[in-house]
Design a protein around this ligand. Structure first.
Ligand code: NAG
Ligand code: NAG
Ligand code: NAG
Length: 350
Protein backbone atom coordinates (compact mmCIF):
# COMPACT_ATOMS: atom_id res chain seq x y z
CA UNK A 1 0.00 0.00 0.00
CA UNK A 2 1.44 3.34 -0.90
CA UNK A 3 1.16 6.78 0.45
CA UNK A 4 0.46 9.95 -1.38
CA UNK A 5 0.40 13.39 0.02
CA UNK A 6 -2.41 14.60 -1.47
CA UNK A 7 -4.80 17.22 -1.32
CA UNK A 8 -5.52 20.21 0.74
CA UNK A 9 -9.07 20.39 1.87
CA UNK A 10 -10.64 23.72 2.48
CA UNK A 11 -14.06 24.66 3.62
CA UNK A 12 -14.20 28.38 3.68
CA UNK A 13 -16.91 30.86 4.40
CA UNK A 14 -17.07 33.24 1.62
CA UNK A 15 -22.97 25.77 -2.28
CA UNK A 16 -24.35 22.90 -4.95
CA UNK A 17 -25.44 19.37 -4.36
CA UNK A 18 -28.92 18.03 -4.03
CA UNK A 19 -29.74 14.45 -3.12
CA UNK A 20 -33.28 13.67 -2.15
CA UNK A 21 -33.81 10.04 -1.48
CA UNK A 22 -36.89 7.85 -1.26
CA UNK A 23 -37.72 4.23 -1.97
CA UNK A 24 -37.00 0.99 -0.14
CA UNK A 25 -35.17 -2.15 -1.05
CA UNK A 26 -38.19 -3.80 -2.59
CA UNK A 27 -39.89 -1.13 -4.55
CA UNK A 28 -43.61 -0.89 -4.96
CA UNK A 29 -44.91 0.37 -8.27
CA UNK A 30 -45.46 3.82 -6.74
CA UNK A 31 -41.97 3.93 -5.28
CA UNK A 32 -40.53 2.88 -8.58
CA UNK A 33 -42.40 5.63 -10.39
CA UNK A 34 -41.26 8.12 -7.79
CA UNK A 35 -37.62 7.13 -8.34
CA UNK A 36 -38.09 7.49 -12.10
CA UNK A 37 -39.47 10.93 -11.51
CA UNK A 38 -36.51 11.90 -9.36
CA UNK A 39 -34.03 10.58 -11.88
CA UNK A 40 -35.60 12.75 -14.52
CA UNK A 41 -35.07 15.74 -12.29
CA UNK A 42 -31.52 14.83 -11.30
CA UNK A 43 -30.18 13.75 -14.69
CA UNK A 44 -30.31 16.76 -16.95
CA UNK A 45 -29.83 16.39 -20.69
CA UNK A 46 -26.05 16.05 -21.19
CA UNK A 47 -24.06 18.08 -23.66
CA UNK A 48 -21.36 15.41 -23.58
CA UNK A 49 -21.00 12.09 -21.71
CA UNK A 50 -17.74 10.66 -20.40
CA UNK A 51 -17.06 7.23 -18.95
CA UNK A 52 -14.11 7.05 -16.56
CA UNK A 53 -11.66 4.16 -16.23
CA UNK A 54 -13.30 3.05 -13.03
CA UNK A 55 -16.69 2.83 -14.68
CA UNK A 56 -18.39 6.02 -13.56
CA UNK A 57 -20.48 7.92 -16.08
CA UNK A 58 -20.20 11.69 -16.03
CA UNK A 59 -22.51 14.01 -17.92
CA UNK A 60 -21.40 17.50 -18.87
CA UNK A 61 -24.34 19.67 -17.93
CA UNK A 62 -24.93 23.29 -18.78
CA UNK A 63 -23.76 25.13 -15.69
CA UNK A 64 -27.06 27.00 -15.53
CA UNK A 65 -29.06 23.72 -15.67
CA UNK A 66 -27.23 21.89 -12.87
CA UNK A 67 -29.65 20.11 -10.51
CA UNK A 68 -28.46 22.16 -7.53
CA UNK A 69 -30.18 25.15 -9.08
CA UNK A 70 -33.55 23.37 -8.83
CA UNK A 71 -33.42 23.83 -5.10
CA UNK A 72 -35.96 26.46 -4.01
CA UNK A 73 -33.23 28.35 -2.17
CA UNK A 74 -31.26 28.69 -5.38
CA UNK A 75 -33.93 30.04 -7.65
CA UNK A 76 -32.38 33.39 -8.37
CA UNK A 77 -28.88 32.34 -7.54
CA UNK A 78 -26.08 34.05 -9.37
CA UNK A 79 -23.34 31.44 -9.85
CA UNK A 80 -19.96 32.51 -8.51
CA UNK A 81 -16.82 31.30 -10.18
CA UNK A 82 -14.58 32.66 -7.45
CA UNK A 83 -15.15 33.50 -3.80
CA UNK A 84 -15.81 37.18 -3.23
CA UNK A 85 -13.09 37.11 -0.61
CA UNK A 86 -10.62 34.53 0.55
CA UNK A 87 -9.13 34.34 4.04
CA UNK A 88 -5.75 35.93 4.36
CA UNK A 89 -2.59 34.23 5.37
CA UNK A 90 -3.05 31.28 3.04
CA UNK A 91 0.33 30.12 1.83
CA UNK A 92 -0.92 28.60 -1.42
CA UNK A 93 1.44 25.66 -1.04
CA UNK A 94 0.35 22.64 -3.03
CA UNK A 95 1.56 19.15 -2.51
CA UNK A 96 4.85 18.25 -4.16
CA UNK A 97 4.79 14.58 -3.28
CA UNK A 98 3.89 12.44 -6.27
CA UNK A 99 0.50 10.92 -6.31
CA UNK A 100 1.46 7.31 -6.02
CA UNK A 101 -2.01 5.92 -6.00
CA UNK A 102 -4.87 6.80 -8.18
CA UNK A 103 -7.57 8.70 -6.44
CA UNK A 104 -10.84 8.80 -8.40
CA UNK A 105 -10.45 12.49 -8.94
CA UNK A 106 -10.00 12.01 -12.65
CA UNK A 107 -10.04 14.90 -14.98
CA UNK A 108 -13.33 14.99 -16.77
CA UNK A 109 -12.96 17.03 -19.89
CA UNK A 110 -16.18 18.97 -20.12
CA UNK A 111 -16.68 21.83 -22.58
CA UNK A 112 -16.56 25.38 -21.29
CA UNK A 113 -19.80 26.46 -19.67
CA UNK A 114 -20.66 22.96 -18.48
CA UNK A 115 -19.99 21.08 -15.25
CA UNK A 116 -19.27 17.36 -14.85
CA UNK A 117 -21.97 15.59 -12.84
CA UNK A 118 -21.86 11.90 -11.98
CA UNK A 119 -24.92 10.23 -13.50
CA UNK A 120 -27.44 8.96 -10.95
CA UNK A 121 -29.06 5.54 -11.39
CA UNK A 122 -32.06 4.04 -9.63
CA UNK A 123 -29.81 1.79 -7.54
CA UNK A 124 -27.93 4.87 -6.34
CA UNK A 125 -31.10 6.38 -4.99
CA UNK A 126 -32.01 3.19 -3.17
CA UNK A 127 -28.48 2.78 -1.87
CA UNK A 128 -28.23 6.30 -0.59
CA UNK A 129 -31.34 5.72 1.43
CA UNK A 130 -30.08 2.53 3.06
CA UNK A 131 -26.69 4.17 3.60
CA UNK A 132 -28.33 7.01 5.46
CA UNK A 133 -30.49 4.66 7.48
CA UNK A 134 -27.58 2.47 8.47
CA UNK A 135 -25.22 5.24 9.39
CA UNK A 136 -27.58 8.08 10.17
CA UNK A 137 -25.35 11.12 10.33
CA UNK A 138 -21.64 11.15 10.81
CA UNK A 139 -21.64 14.20 13.05
CA UNK A 140 -18.85 14.92 15.51
CA UNK A 141 -21.38 16.14 18.08
CA UNK A 142 -20.59 14.44 21.40
CA UNK A 143 -24.04 12.87 21.56
CA UNK A 144 -23.84 11.18 18.15
CA UNK A 145 -20.17 10.30 18.17
CA UNK A 146 -20.72 7.30 20.38
CA UNK A 147 -23.32 5.65 18.15
CA UNK A 148 -22.77 1.91 17.68
CA UNK A 149 -20.78 1.03 14.56
CA UNK A 150 -19.05 4.43 14.36
CA UNK A 151 -15.39 4.82 15.20
CA UNK A 152 -13.81 8.25 15.26
CA UNK A 153 -10.17 9.23 15.59
CA UNK A 154 -10.12 13.00 15.39
CA UNK A 155 -8.59 16.24 16.53
CA UNK A 156 -11.54 18.43 17.40
CA UNK A 157 -12.39 21.77 18.89
CA UNK A 158 -13.40 21.70 22.53
CA UNK A 159 -17.12 22.04 23.03
CA UNK A 160 -16.97 24.71 25.69
CA UNK A 161 -14.81 27.13 23.73
CA UNK A 162 -17.00 29.85 22.24
CA UNK A 163 -14.73 30.36 19.20
CA UNK A 164 -16.43 30.55 15.82
CA UNK A 165 -14.73 28.92 12.85
CA UNK A 166 -15.01 30.37 9.36
CA UNK A 167 -13.08 27.70 7.54
CA UNK A 168 -10.93 24.61 7.91
CA UNK A 169 -8.06 23.13 5.94
CA UNK A 170 -5.42 20.45 6.08
CA UNK A 171 -3.26 18.23 3.91
CA UNK A 172 -4.35 14.63 4.25
CA UNK A 173 -2.67 11.42 3.18
CA UNK A 174 -4.78 9.18 0.95
CA UNK A 175 -4.68 5.40 0.77
CA UNK A 176 -6.63 2.81 -1.14
CA UNK A 177 -8.08 0.70 1.61
CA UNK A 178 -10.19 -2.41 1.21
CA UNK A 179 -13.56 -2.47 2.88
CA UNK A 180 -16.00 -5.30 3.50
CA UNK A 181 -19.73 -5.37 3.04
CA UNK A 182 -21.58 -2.48 4.68
CA UNK A 183 -18.38 -0.74 5.64
CA UNK A 184 -17.24 2.81 5.01
CA UNK A 185 -14.00 4.48 5.92
CA UNK A 186 -13.07 8.12 5.46
CA UNK A 187 -10.38 10.69 6.18
CA UNK A 188 -12.10 14.00 6.35
CA UNK A 189 -12.83 17.38 7.86
CA UNK A 190 -15.96 18.52 9.65
CA UNK A 191 -17.42 21.96 10.16
CA UNK A 192 -20.63 22.04 12.20
CA UNK A 193 -23.14 23.80 14.34
CA UNK A 194 -26.16 22.44 16.20
CA UNK A 195 -27.34 18.96 17.01
CA UNK A 196 -30.08 16.53 15.98
CA UNK A 197 -32.77 18.22 13.92
CA UNK A 198 -30.92 21.50 14.00
CA UNK A 199 -27.57 20.08 12.92
CA UNK A 200 -25.87 21.96 10.09
CA UNK A 201 -22.82 20.00 8.98
CA UNK A 202 -20.38 20.29 6.09
CA UNK A 203 -17.99 17.40 5.55
CA UNK A 204 -15.37 16.66 2.90
CA UNK A 205 -12.45 14.32 2.37
CA UNK A 206 -11.79 10.95 0.84
CA UNK A 207 -13.89 7.84 1.35
CA UNK A 208 -13.97 4.15 0.50
CA UNK A 209 -17.49 2.78 0.83
CA UNK A 210 -18.75 -0.60 -0.34
CA UNK A 211 -22.24 0.29 0.70
CA UNK A 212 -22.40 3.56 -1.07
CA UNK A 213 -20.31 2.93 -4.20
CA UNK A 214 -20.18 -0.90 -4.40
CA UNK A 215 -16.44 -0.87 -4.94
CA UNK A 216 -13.12 -0.33 -3.18
CA UNK A 217 -12.06 2.89 -4.87
CA UNK A 218 -10.87 5.86 -2.89
CA UNK A 219 -13.03 8.82 -3.78
CA UNK A 220 -13.22 12.44 -2.92
CA UNK A 221 -16.56 13.18 -1.28
CA UNK A 222 -18.57 16.03 0.13
CA UNK A 223 -21.53 15.66 2.42
CA UNK A 224 -23.87 18.14 3.93
CA UNK A 225 -26.72 17.97 6.36
CA UNK A 226 -29.00 20.85 7.16
CA UNK A 227 -32.17 21.43 9.14
CA UNK A 228 -35.39 22.22 7.33
CA UNK A 229 -35.37 25.89 8.14
CA UNK A 230 -34.95 27.92 5.41
CA UNK A 231 -24.13 35.84 1.77
CA UNK A 232 -21.22 34.52 2.22
CA UNK A 233 -20.95 31.01 0.78
CA UNK A 234 -18.97 28.00 1.90
CA UNK A 235 -16.34 27.13 -0.66
CA UNK A 236 -14.78 23.72 -1.15
CA UNK A 237 -11.31 23.62 -2.61
CA UNK A 238 -8.86 20.80 -3.34
CA UNK A 239 -5.27 21.93 -3.78
CA UNK A 240 -5.63 25.03 -5.92
CA UNK A 241 -8.86 23.92 -7.60
CA UNK A 242 -12.05 25.52 -6.39
CA UNK A 243 -14.58 22.70 -6.71
CA UNK A 244 -17.71 24.54 -5.71
CA UNK A 245 -19.64 26.04 -2.87
CA UNK A 246 -22.70 25.78 -0.66
CA UNK A 247 -24.76 28.93 -0.47
CA UNK A 248 -25.02 30.01 3.10
CA UNK A 249 -28.82 29.95 3.20
CA UNK A 250 -28.64 26.18 2.76
CA UNK A 251 -26.83 25.86 6.06
CA UNK A 252 -28.31 28.84 7.92
CA UNK A 253 -26.95 27.91 11.32
CA UNK A 254 -23.40 28.15 10.06
CA UNK A 255 -23.84 31.80 9.32
CA UNK A 256 -21.51 33.69 11.59
CA UNK A 257 -19.22 30.68 11.81
CA UNK A 258 -19.23 27.05 12.87
CA UNK A 259 -19.06 26.08 16.52
CA UNK A 260 -17.25 22.75 15.97
CA UNK A 261 -14.54 21.62 13.62
CA UNK A 262 -12.52 18.42 13.35
CA UNK A 263 -9.94 16.64 11.21
CA UNK A 264 -9.46 12.88 11.23
CA UNK A 265 -10.80 9.45 10.42
CA UNK A 266 -14.20 7.84 10.64
CA UNK A 267 -14.67 4.08 10.22
CA UNK A 268 -18.25 2.89 9.97
CA UNK A 269 -19.81 -0.56 10.11
CA UNK A 270 -23.11 -2.04 11.12
CA UNK A 271 -23.47 -2.12 14.91
CA UNK A 272 -21.53 -4.93 16.54
CA UNK A 273 -19.94 -5.99 13.28
CA UNK A 274 -16.25 -5.82 12.38
CA UNK A 275 -15.19 -2.35 11.38
CA UNK A 276 -13.04 -1.37 8.38
CA UNK A 277 -9.46 -0.06 8.36
CA UNK A 278 -8.92 3.66 8.89
CA UNK A 279 -6.20 6.02 7.66
CA UNK A 280 -3.52 3.76 6.17
CA UNK A 281 -4.88 0.68 7.87
CA UNK A 282 -1.77 0.49 10.07
CA UNK A 283 -1.22 0.98 13.76
CA UNK A 284 2.35 2.36 13.67
CA UNK A 285 1.97 6.00 14.74
CA UNK A 286 5.51 7.03 13.84
CA UNK A 287 6.51 4.78 10.97
CA UNK A 288 6.87 7.33 8.18
CA UNK A 289 6.25 4.78 5.44
CA UNK A 290 2.99 3.60 6.92
CA UNK A 291 1.24 6.46 8.62
CA UNK A 292 -1.82 8.34 7.62
CA UNK A 293 -1.73 11.95 8.68
CA UNK A 294 -3.22 15.38 8.54
CA UNK A 295 -0.70 18.19 8.42
CA UNK A 296 -0.75 21.94 8.17
CA UNK A 297 -4.14 21.99 9.82
CA UNK A 298 -5.62 25.45 10.11
CA UNK A 299 -8.89 27.20 10.71
CA UNK A 300 -10.17 30.61 9.66
CA UNK A 301 -10.80 32.99 12.53
CA UNK A 302 -13.34 35.76 12.93
CA UNK A 303 -10.95 38.25 11.35
CA UNK A 304 -10.80 36.06 8.21
CA UNK A 305 -7.23 34.86 8.74
CA UNK A 306 -5.90 31.34 8.51
CA UNK A 307 -4.59 30.44 11.95
CA UNK A 308 -2.96 27.40 13.48
CA UNK A 309 -5.04 25.63 16.14
CA UNK A 310 -4.68 27.03 19.63
CA UNK A 311 -3.80 23.77 21.35
CA UNK A 312 -5.64 24.71 24.52
CA UNK A 313 -8.88 24.80 22.51
CA UNK A 314 -8.54 21.40 20.82
CA UNK A 315 -8.41 17.81 21.98
CA UNK A 316 -8.00 14.37 20.47
CA UNK A 317 -10.91 11.94 20.55
CA UNK A 318 -10.73 8.22 19.95
CA UNK A 319 -13.79 5.95 20.04
CA UNK A 320 -12.14 2.55 19.92
CA UNK A 321 -8.55 2.66 21.12
CA UNK A 322 -8.05 -1.06 20.62
CA UNK A 323 -8.68 -0.74 16.87
CA UNK A 324 -7.48 2.77 16.05
CA UNK A 325 -5.13 5.42 17.36
CA UNK A 326 -4.55 9.13 17.04
CA UNK A 327 -1.17 10.65 17.76
CA UNK A 328 -0.74 14.42 17.90
CA UNK A 329 2.80 15.43 17.00
CA UNK A 330 2.18 19.10 17.54
CA UNK A 331 3.93 21.72 15.54
CA UNK A 332 6.54 20.58 13.06
CA UNK A 333 7.95 23.71 11.58
CA UNK A 334 7.80 23.00 7.88
CA UNK A 335 4.62 20.96 7.98
CA UNK A 336 2.66 23.01 10.46
CA UNK A 337 0.65 21.19 13.06
CA UNK A 338 0.64 17.47 12.31
CA UNK A 339 -1.05 14.36 13.67
CA UNK A 340 -1.15 10.73 12.58
CA UNK A 341 -4.14 8.41 12.92
CA UNK A 342 -5.72 5.17 11.75
CA UNK A 343 -5.66 1.46 12.41
CA UNK A 344 -6.64 -1.91 11.03
CA UNK A 345 -10.17 -2.09 12.41
CA UNK A 346 -11.65 -5.47 13.19
CA UNK A 347 -13.75 -6.39 16.18
CA UNK A 348 -13.86 -3.16 18.10
CA UNK A 349 -16.59 -3.93 20.58
CA UNK A 350 -19.48 -1.79 19.41
C1 NAG B 1 -3.62 0.19 -4.06
O1 NAG B 1 -2.88 0.88 -5.05
C2 NAG B 1 -1.68 0.23 -5.42
C3 NAG B 1 -0.93 1.15 -6.33
O2 NAG B 1 -1.74 1.70 -7.32
C4 NAG B 1 -2.00 -1.11 -6.08
O3 NAG B 1 -0.81 -1.80 -6.39
C5 NAG B 1 -2.81 -1.96 -5.09
O4 NAG B 1 -3.24 -3.15 -5.70
C6 NAG B 1 -4.02 -1.17 -4.62
N1 NAG B 1 -4.71 -1.92 -3.59
C7 NAG B 1 -6.03 -2.04 -3.56
C8 NAG B 1 -6.57 -2.80 -2.40
O5 NAG B 1 -6.79 -1.56 -4.41
C1 NAG C 1 -13.30 -5.02 -1.95
O1 NAG C 1 -12.12 -5.79 -1.96
C2 NAG C 1 -12.19 -7.01 -1.20
C3 NAG C 1 -10.84 -7.65 -1.20
O2 NAG C 1 -10.31 -7.69 -2.51
C4 NAG C 1 -13.26 -7.93 -1.81
O3 NAG C 1 -13.42 -9.10 -1.00
C5 NAG C 1 -14.60 -7.17 -1.81
O4 NAG C 1 -15.60 -7.98 -2.46
C6 NAG C 1 -14.45 -5.83 -2.53
N1 NAG C 1 -15.69 -5.11 -2.36
C7 NAG C 1 -16.39 -4.61 -3.38
C8 NAG C 1 -17.67 -3.95 -3.03
O5 NAG C 1 -16.00 -4.69 -4.54
C1 NAG D 1 -5.48 30.07 23.42
O1 NAG D 1 -6.69 29.80 24.12
C2 NAG D 1 -6.59 30.15 25.51
C3 NAG D 1 -7.88 29.63 26.20
O2 NAG D 1 -9.05 29.84 25.43
C4 NAG D 1 -6.42 31.65 25.63
O3 NAG D 1 -6.32 32.01 27.00
C5 NAG D 1 -5.15 32.06 24.91
O4 NAG D 1 -5.01 33.44 24.92
C6 NAG D 1 -5.17 31.56 23.47
N1 NAG D 1 -3.85 31.80 22.87
C7 NAG D 1 -3.73 32.46 21.72
C8 NAG D 1 -2.33 32.60 21.22
O5 NAG D 1 -4.70 32.93 21.09
Amino acid sequence: MTLMDLFTLFLVLSFSLNHNVVGGRTLSREEDLELERQLKILNKPPIKTIKTEVGDTYDCIDIWKQPALDHPLHQDHEIQMEPSSFPEGFDGETSTIDKEIKVTLTTVDCPQGTVPIRRTYKEDLVRVKSFMEAYSYSSIHPLTKDSPGKHFAVVESLDKVPTKFHGIQGYVSAYNLTVGAYQTTSSQVWLETGYGNSLNSLQAGWMVSSQFYRDNFTRLFVFWKTDDKVTGNWWFQVNDIRIGYWINTLVPRLEGGASRVAWGGLAQALPNRPSPPMGSGHFEPDDKRKVAYFRHIQTVNQQNFWVVPNVTQFETYISSPTCYYIWPFGQIWFKGYLFTFGGPGGNCGV
